[in-house]
Design a protein around this ligand. Structure first.
Ligand code: ZN
Length: 160
């Protein structure tokens, strides 16, 4: 069976940046499983999987437009330390949920100077070109229930 809208796809992947550094990998874990055609994974990767079959191995380079978007400097802000629930324990690299005009985002603490905390609301992979090494392990027909929910139900289990 080929990957198409309404199929459930399982695949192993290794994600590296343009410097060759590994950012993420499914090695040693279960393959990632998603419902194709419902924007459950980044569009550049979903597009590259279209038409593939179990056993296919390929590499794809995904630019920001097919990945996590371009960086937006307006999402970098300096706020007072008192805005955080754990003001005494802030460290660069910590991540929090925060409200922005466009909705809720994950922000990453970039820098701390006294009570001034600089946070970045960009996705950590925004602006990056990503290299995926992919091995498709399974392609199956989605159930009617999965299609109506727009996501996969793992192992036939429906706990939500
Ligand atoms: Zn569901």
């Amino acid at each position: 069976m080929k990957v198409a809208d309404g199929t459930v796809v399982s695949f192993h992947y290794k994600l590296t940046d343009m410097e060759g550094e590994t950012l993420d990998s499914s090695e040693g874990e279960e393959p990632l499983t998603y419902l194709h055609g419902h924007e459950n994974i980044i569009s550049g990767l979903e597009g590259a999987l279209e038409g593939r079959e179990a056993g296919d191995k390929f590499q794809v380079e995904v630019g920001p437009e097919g990945g996590y978007g371009e960086r937006d400097d307006d999402l970098v802000e300096t706020v007072d330390r008192s805005n955080f629930e754990v003001p005494g324990r802030l460290e660069p690299g910590m991540q929090f949920r925060a409200q922005f005009a466009g909705g809720e985002r994950i922000v990453t603490v970039q820098d701390i100077e006294g009570d001034d905390v600089t946070v970045d609301g960009n996705h950590p992979l925004a602006g990056q070109t990503l290299l995926f090494e992919v091995e498709v392990t399974e392609v199956r027909e989605a159930t009617a229930e999965e299609i109506s929910h727009g996501h996969v139900h793992a192992h036939g289990d429906h706990g939500h």
